[in-house]
Design a protein around this ligand. Structure first.
Ligand code: PEP
Ligand code: MN
Length: 262
């Protein structure tokens, strides 16, 4: 924590992209990698100012009958798009047994999803690597529990951890989750790690994503993770919260204005 580590950690995500300590990065792309549309979406988000490409290949779906993602083939498509466009890729790892596969596929940033925030076996394995880890806050996790999960990774020697606030579960049903912008300021106060906001999962609806993105930016987030899809109504997952590339371009303009104001 800050007592032992007063300076902000800056995490090198690859391809020259740094996050933290004043470097603000936007990671954008589809919830699920679905095939050839990935490269087209990646081009659009890069053009709009995103510096990192996100996409899920291994998907933690609530229902076992829902599409579980492309798996290794999805990692290959991400690597291809990231290499072609010079963007680091961030993608979710669910299972400690997949670490070698993710290494072989040269995944730049390993995302630990909300559902796996306390998968301690996975966290310990990631602690042995030097690859950056994007650690999402669990849907019912306190800030202290979230920070302790980051400690699990760092205790193994991997200090390249980026925290991600993605909303928590509350009594409210009008949004998918309740975005805890407080957590961004609190995590910055207590921890030296970069903190990003995920307005997509935090709200669950396209119409609310931009306001949450602006709020996270104003609250001092070091970056954002935003879901973008070329045809949200056909998305394999989370289409209801996806921005189209055009909506994303507009959002980026407004995010930049808030960045300049704060
Ligand atoms: C995702 O990023 O697509 C995802 C599943 O996020 P979370 O773990 O925050 O629900
Ligand atoms: Mn998603």
């Amino acid at each position: 924590n800050r007592k032992f580590h007063p300076a902000d950690t800056v995490v090198d995500c690859g391809h020259g992209v740094l996050i933290g300590g004043g470097s603000f990065q936007v990671m954008a792309g589809p919830c699920s990698v679905e095939g050839d549309n990935l490269l087209a979406i990646a081009r659009e988000v890069k053009e709009a100012g995103a510096t990192m490409l996100r996409g899920g290949a291994f998907k933690p779906r609530t229902s076992p009958y829902a599409n579980q993602g492309m798996g290794a083939e999805g990692l290959r498509l991400l690597h291809e798009a990231g290499t072609e466009l010079g963007m680091p890729v961030v993608t979710e790892i669910m299972d400690a047994r997949d670490v070698q596969l993710f290494e072989d596929m040269e995944v730049d940033v390993l995302q630990v999803g909300a559902r796996n925030m306390q998968n301690f076996t996975l966290l310990k394995e990631l602690g042995k690597l030097r690859r950056p880890v994007l650690l999402k806050r669990g849907m019912s996790a306190t800030i202290d529990e979230w920070l302790m999960s980051a400690e699990y990774i760092m205790a193994g020697g991997n200090e390249n951890v980026v925290l991600c606030e993605r909303g928590v579960r509350t009594f409210e049903t009008r949004t998918r989750n309740t975005f805890d912008t407080n957590a961004i300021a609190v995590a910055h106060h207590l921890s030296h790690l970069p903190v990003v906001g995920d307005p997509s999962h935090a709200t669950g609806y396209t119409r609310y994503v931009v306001s949450a993105a602006l709020a996270a930016t104003a609250a001092g987030a070091d970056g954002l993770e935003i879901e973008v899809h070329d045809r949200p109504e056909h998305a394999w997952s989370d289409g209801a919260q996806a921005l189209t590339p055009k909506q994303f371009r507009n959002a980026m303009r407004r995010i930049e204005l808030v960045r300049q104001a704060v």
